[in-house]
Ligand binder design. Structure first.
Ligand code: ATP
Length: 352
């Protein structure tokens, strides 16, 4: 595998503040690497170091095989967190300007611009001034400008920050398209869902170092589990519940559905209600990536979360992390739970 980014023992201080304290990172050709970390961890600083905008205090950086980062910059597409463009340009004019500046032949440049405007969904507004663009449109334009020279490496800094849900979704779809074109990408983000959706590997930058690296496929599959806390479950009922699907596991007073789907939840709840078993709570579990992330930035061990793809129910129940707010529970299930805990089934049946 060809190394695209190699960082060894990188340190960077701003005055007396030491931001990076020995970062080691390797990104190989064709992979999408997610760089996670809390606010102020130094993610943007690391990107600026890779681009040669900043110089390290110590350590080694090689990008696309060279330590001459300024020379490598033209092989890198960069989507900054805050985009600033000359607002009286249109996307077509701006891209034409950038392409000419880069020495692209006119015909190739015209074709490339048309292709990129299509890819980023901006073809219909190609001749509108950028000052009229929404934040989401500007983010998509940012990706178009970064892809103009078909770079070998894309550095993307918090692409969905400040976008509404629709805008985030559109951008993720666009980035997924970019990913499928085989670019090597380093994606800085706070959004774990973005990492789960787009990345092959992820690193968690905290306390000035990459404290943990993950193969995202290994943690992705456990997203979206739910625990149903119940009254006592006898053995035949536990067996009946586990027959619903291999996603369902029981202990004496709880059912884990992992990964959960609305259909599985409905079947489990129906079975419990028919068996007159009280349902005390529905506790959606954080995705495994969220648990690993929180523990890593708190300096807590993560070993039991890294082994295999499924966590046994007893381990899940021993977890000390606080449950997420109950607002996450589907409102319909919430009503169902309230009904089942306040009225015994026979009384409810009589009311219907
Ligand atoms: N030019 C600068 N001078 C002094 N301090 C700086 C400078 N740039 C960044 N910092 C500080 O360095 C730390 C890391 O900043 P950086 O922007 O790299 O973090 P980040 O992980 O990208 O944060 P966020 O997720 O909030 O964007 C922060 O404490 C920030 O205040």
């Amino acid at each position: 595998m060809t190394d695209v980014i190699v960082v060894e023992g990188l340190t960077k201080r701003y005055g007396h503040v030491s931001v990076l304290r020995g970062v080691n990172l390797r990104v190989v050709a064709g992979e999408v690497y997610g760089l996670l970390g809390p606010n102020g961890a130094g993610k943007s600083t690391l990107i600026h170091l890779l681009l040669g905008f900043l110089h390290p205090d110590s350590g080694r950086i090689r990008v696309l095989g060279s330590a001459n980062l300024e020379a490598q910059r033209r092989l890198i597409g960069y989507v900054p967190e805050r985009q600033r463009y000359h607002s009286y340009y249109t996307p077509r004019e701006y891209l034409t300007f950038l392409g000419r500046f880069d020495g692209m032949p006119a015909t190739q440049l015209r074709q490339r611009i048309t292709e990129l405007l299509e890819l980023t969904g901006l073809a219909a507004v190609a001749d509108r001034h950028l000052r009229t663009f929404s934040k989401g449109m500007l983010q998509r334009f940012g990706i178009a400008q970064a892809l103009l020279t078909d770079p070998d490496l894309l550095l993307i800094d918090e692409p969905t920050s400040g976008l509404d849900l629709d805008g985030q979704q559109e951008l993720l779809t666009l980035l997924n398209g970019v990913r499928q074109r085989g670019h090597t990408v380093l994606l800085c983000t706070h959004r774990l869902a973005e990492v789960e959706y787009l990345c092959d590997r992820a690193g968690i930058l905290t306390d000035g170092k990459i404290a943990l690296e993950l193969n995202v496929a290994e943690v992705r599959q456990s997203a979206g589990s739910i625990i149903v806390q119940t009254g006592p479950l006898d053995l035949p009922l536990r067996q009946r519940l586990e027959m619903i699907g291999r996603e369902v596991q029981c202990t004496e007073q709880a059912v884990l559905i992992s990964p959960h789907t609305p259909e599985l939840q409905a079947k489990v709840l129906q079975t419990l209600i028919e068996a007159n078993v009280p349902i005390h709570a529905l506790e959606p579990q954080m995705s495994r990536l969220a648990q690993i992330y929180l523990r890593t930035v708190r300096g807590e061990p993560v070993d039991n979360l890294l082994v295999g793809n499924t966590t046994p129910l007893r381990t899940v129940l021993r977890e000390t992390l606080p449950p997420p707010p109950t607002d996450d529970i589907d409102p319909m299930l919430k009503r169902l739970l309230q009904r089942s805990s306040t009225h015994p089934p026979s009384q409810r049946d009589g009311n219907q």
